[in-house]
Design a protein around this ligand. Sequence first.
Ligand code: ZN
Ligand code: ZN
Length: 362
Amino acid sequence: MDHELRRDRLRKSMRRVGIEALLVTDFVNVTYLTGFTGDDSYLLVREDGEVLLTDGRYTTQLEEECPDLDLAVRKPGASMVQLVIRVLRSSEIGRLGLEADSMTIGLEDKISDKLPEMALVPTTGLVEKQRLIKDKEEIELLRKAIRQAEKAFAVVRASIVPEMTEKQVANELEYQCRKFGAKQAGFPSIVAVGSRSALPHATPDEHRIAEDGFVLIDWGACEGLYRSDLTRVLATDKISPKFTRIYKVVLEAQTKAIHAVRPGVLCQDVDAVARGVIARAGYGRRFTHNLGHGLGIQVHEAPRLAAKNQTVLKPGMVVTVEPGIYLPGWGGIRIEDDVLVTRSGHEVMTHAPKKLEEMIVE
Ligand code: ZN
Ligand code: ZN
């Protein structure tokens, strides 16, 4: 992973917005720029170098993860604020950029209090904008995370028995992801039986897999910080006409939306394709969330495939496409795949089966 290249790109955007340095306070952005995975650490990026502000707990980890980085280590008893002030004071910065989305007012007040001559410039999205476009290595890690998740799912699916609980399936999925090499699950899986699948964030509990006709499973794996994210609905009983009807609408919405993914298209337009299919089938009000989100170090990151999101899709972006229909009391159907925007259109990175007849487990 070329973190230096990432920091050099950031320096270009810093020059564009007229700041001499950027204090990166968002831990995910710090990870993106350095490879360091601990939290409680800030990165000061200057024109001529950078320094990671951290504390003594992390020195071993830092030696492993980013041995070439300059460090400013907080002494026991000293606060992070004191360390920030100390580093800034010795750096002769005229205009310091702050990350407005993660900077605390407390820290900002202290800096302007102690260093009144320094101009503080709020910025938004400088690093996030870079994170939108995945490079080759990031895409390779996402591919691995997808393969791990899909292999795990195939094993769990083949061994599902009606007596299993939601929790057991979730645990088994996570275990299998690790077994296939993942560092961990990409996020806490959702395994929701029947009517419980109408709750967008149901936590797996003691409900039995086969007690209510079908089960929605939303899972992913994490490989080298990068996360996959898929959803499938398995039918555990004879499928009803209603299930068939709704499943087909969701699958059609997803297929058409995926088809619309290509460079130059606005996120909102892809969202509208899926929303149109679902609305025409009479379930418009039952598609209660965005169509999708970016994938990367975070399982939910920019760009969002959402109404009114005017981000233009570009090659290297990776998004989920996950329409759903949720009927309170009956349940929800969602189908989610991970899609890479390519120069000529898109590539569906996930391959888990999703045709209706492939979703029946017995
Ligand atoms: Zn998901
Ligand atoms: Zn998702």
